[in-house]
Design a protein around this ligand. Structure first.
Ligand code: B12
Ligand code: SF4
Length: 331
C-alpha cells in the first residue's frame, strides 16, 4: 500500500524544520509499503492539488499529524481527501486532547476515519495492517494487554534511514542559489535542519502545556549509542551530498538528568572530536560550534502567567554560562 504522511502548515508562518513524527512513522512502517512525505511548509499545494496527487499516486491511506495551530487546515485537507474516497488517520497532540472533534462525536462534522491517541510508535504498524485489510478501527490507543496505558520504551529506537531518505523538499538552500554553491565548490549545496529526540516526558506538569499529560511524568531516554549512531548517519549523509546538516534536539528536558546529559555529550564529543573536552554543557556547546541555544522547561518558582518556556534546568545561571562561552541563549 502507498501511504502519504502529510504535515499541514499553519498558513501564516513558515516552519524552519520538518517534524520528527513523519520520519519516525515512516521508519516504523512495516516492510512492503511505500511511504511518501509531504510537508505543507515546503510543498505549497491547494487541497485539490493534494487530492489529485494522492489519487494519481494511488495512495491508500493518508496520515495527518497536527498541533492545534494547524488543525483547521488539517481538517480541511482531511475532508477533501475523504470526499475523494481516501482513508484518513489523524494523530498528534490536538486530536489526542480532543478526540471527539476529529471523529465528529461532538456534534460537528467528521474529519477522520481513524485517530491515533498519544504516542503512536507501537500503534502505527497495527493501523497500517488494519488499513490494508480495510478494517481500521476508529480509535487507536497505546495500551497493554490489560488495557493499561503503555508508553513506548525508547531503548529500542528505530533507526531513521537519514542516509537514504529523499530530503529534497526540506533543503533550506533556495533552488536558484544551489548551482552557484556547486560551481564554487562550497559544501553548502544542501542545508537541512533535522529534528532528533533523545528522550520523552516531563515531570513538571505546567498547567498550560500538554507534554506531561501526553508523554508522561517520568522521562524515557534513548541509549547514547542510538543517538550517536543517528548523528553519525547524518554526518555521513552531509559528507556524501556536499551538504550541511544542523540537528535540533526536540527534547523538552534535554538536561534534566545531569549525569545522563554529560554522559551523552561526552559520547557525542568522543565521536566527533578527537580532543576530550570538559564536561560543562556550555563549554561543550561552545566547542561544538554552537552559537545559540534554545532553552526549554519552565521555572516552577514563577507564577504561571510569568513562566515562559524556561525551566528548572535552564535558569539565568545557565544563560550566563552560555553567554560566557559565546553562545546566545533563549528560553
Ligand atoms: C520541537 C517543537 C517545536 C519546534 C519545531 C516544530 C517541528 N518542526 O518539529 C518549534 C520550536 C518551531 C515549535 C513551534 C511551535 N510549537 Co512546538 N513543540 C515542539 C516539541 C518540543 C517537540 C515535537 C516533537 O518532535 N516531539 C516528538 C515526536 C516524536 O512526538 P509527536 O510529534 O507528538 O509525535 C508522536 C505522536 O504525537 C504521534 N503522531 C504525531 N503525528 C501523527 C500523525 C499520525 C497520522 C499518527 C498516526 C500519529 C501521529 O506519533 C508520534 C510518535 O509517537 C513539542 C513538545 C513535545 N515534546 O512533543 C512542542 C509542541 C508540539 N509545540 C506546541 C506548540 C503550541 C507550538 C507553537 C504553536 C508555539 C507558538 N505559540 O508559536 C509553534 C507552532 C509552530 C508552527 N509550525 O506553526 C505544543 C502543541 C500543543 C497542541 N495543543 O497542539 C507542543 C505539544 C508543546 C506544548 N507546550 O504542549 N515547536
Ligand atoms: S517544564 Fe516545559 S515541557 Fe514540562 S510541562 Fe512545563 S512547559 Fe511543558
Amino acid at each position: 500500500m502507498k501511504i502519504l504522511l502529510y504535515n499541514p502548515d499553519n498558513g501564516v508562518t513558515q516552519n524552519f524544520m520538518p517534524h520528527l513524527w513523519m520520519f519516525l512513522l515512516q521508519a516504523l512502517t512495516p516492510p512492503g509499503h511505500e511511504v511518501l512525505l509531504i510537508d505543507g511548509n515546503t510543498q505549497a499545494m491547494t487541497d485539490a492539488e493534494l487530492v489529485e496527487f494522492a489519487l494519481r499516486s494511488q495512495v491508500g491511506l493518508v496520515g495527518i499529524g497536527a498541533m492545534t495551530r494547524m488543525i483547521a487546515k488539517a481538517y480541511r485537507v482531511a475532508d477533501a481527501l475523504r470526499a475523494a474516497g481516501i482513508k484518513v488517520v489523524m494523530g498528534g497532540p490536538h486530536v489526542t486532547e480532543v478526540p471527539d472533534e476529529a471523529l465528529g462525536r461532538d456534534g460537528g462534522p467528521r474529519h477522520a476515519d481513524a485517530i491515533a491517541l498519544g504516542e503512536a510508535d507501537e500503534t502505527w504498524p497495527r493501523i497500517v495492517a488494519d488499513a490494508v485489510r480495510g478494517r481500521m478501527k476508529e480509535v487507536y490507543t497505546p495500551v497493554d494487554v490489560f488495557g493499561q496505558e503503555r508508553k513506548p520504551s525508547l531503548q529500542e529506537y528505530p533507526p531513521i534511514p537519514w542516509q537514504s531518505l529523499d530530503m529534497d523538499q526540506f533543503n533550506r538552500i533556495p533552488g536558484f542559489v544551489r548551482p552557484i554553491m556547486k560551481h564554487f565548490h562550497y559544501q553548502w549545496e544542501t542545508f537541512h535542519i533535522i529534528p532528533i529526540e533523545s528522550g520523552r516526558g516531563c515531570p513538571y506538569g505546567c498547567e498550560f502545556c500538554t507534554v506531561t499529560g501526553f508523554f508522561g511524568d517520568s522521562i524515557r531516554f534513548r541509549t547514547n549509542d542510538s543517538i550517536v549512531s543517528e548523528l553519525l548517519r547524518l554526518k555521513a549523509r552531509a559528507r556524501g551530498t556536499s551538504g550541511q546538516i544542523a540537528v535540533f534536539f526536540v527534547d523538552d528536558n534535554f538536561a534534566i538528568n545531569v549525569k545522563r546529559t554529560k554522559s551523552l555529550l561526552r559520547d557525542i564529543i568522543g565521536q566527533f572530536r578527537h580532543q576530550r573536552q570538559t564536561d560543562q554543557v556550555a563549554v561543550a556547546g561552545h566547542n561544538r560550534g554552537w552559537r545559540a541555544a534554545q532553552l526549554g522547561g519552565a521555572d516552577q518558582r514563577q507564577p504561571a502567567a510569568r513562566r515562559g518556556t524556561g525551566g528548572p534546568d535552564c535558569r539565568v545561571r545557565r544563560q550566563v554560562d552560555l553567554h560566557r562561552n559565546g553562545i546566545a541563549g533563549s528560553g
